[in-house]
Ligand binder design. Structure first.
Ligand code: CA
Length: 233
């Protein structure tokens, strides 16, 4: 089952960035820029999680959140509220409207993704699998442990996140830029070659001896987790 996420955000660039990253994580995403339109959409169908901007044209995020909490169908809908810096003093008000989590802009996309995954896991463990498995490689998203053929592999945080990101969507090729955004974040300036360095480290850590390399380098495109890998082992 693919989890559905609704993003209500009037800043077009941010909304698009979030949609792009969430789709890359394998979620089904709907993006709406206005509070009233979002309310109508939420009456029609309830997503698995809502990312809600605080300030919206028309019906505000705060008011929408309050209304959702008052309705039986959306009473328990997981809501992450986004807000601009300077609105932090309003934080208590935000929490009292019933949002489950609260993120201040500008935020790091990987950090938000981690929070979304954690929240979805908490409400419905079936939606987001705790473990990723392919062939003899097993990755535990909660404990951050990786095993290959029952042997524990120690990875740095960036290598772990790279492996997790590549593994969650086997066969899909990610460009260096996509990997940078997903692992390092949009606002961090890192050279694209950094990705190659970390993929190199990741490979050295997981491929001992004659072990088959699960990571494919796609010339001129980027990297992918080999979708045939599980079948080779
Ligand atoms: Ca806004």
């Amino acid at each position: 089952m693919i989890p559905k996420i609704l993003i209500v955000e009037d800043e077009e660039a941010l909304g698009t960035l979030l949609r792009y990253n969430l789709e890359a994580e394998g979620y089904e995403v709907q993006l709406i820029a206005e509070g009233d339109e979002a309310e109508t959409a939420l009456h029609e169908s309830v997503p698995d999680l809502l990312i809600l901007d605080w300030m919206l044209p028309g019906l505000s995020g705060i008011e929408l959140c309050r209304r959702l909490r008052a309705r039986k169908q959306t009473k328990r809908l997981p809501i992450i509220m986004l807000t601009a810096r300077g609105e932090e003093s309003e934080r208590i008000r935000g929490l009292s409207t019933g949002a489950d989590d609260y993120v201040v802009k500008p935020f790091s996309v990987p950090e938000l993704m981690a929070r979304i995954n954690a929240m979805l896991r908490r409400v419905n463990p079936e939606l987001v699998s705790k473990n990723l498995k392919a062939g003899d490689i097993e990755l535990d998203r909660e404990t951050h442990r990786v095993n290959r053929a029952e042997r524990e592999i120690h990875l740095g945080p960036k290598e772990f996140r790279l492996l997790e990101y590549l593994m969650h969507n086997p066969g899909r090729v990610y460009s260096r830029e996509q990997l940078l955004n997903a692992v390092w974040g949009q606002d961090v300036y890192v050279d694209e070659r950094t990705v190659d360095v970390h993929v190199g480290r990741l490979r050295r850590a997981i491929n001992r001896g004659k072990a088959v390399d699960p990571i494919r380098t796609v010339r001129g495109a980027g990297y992918a987790f080999d979708d045939k890998f599980g079948k080779l082992n």
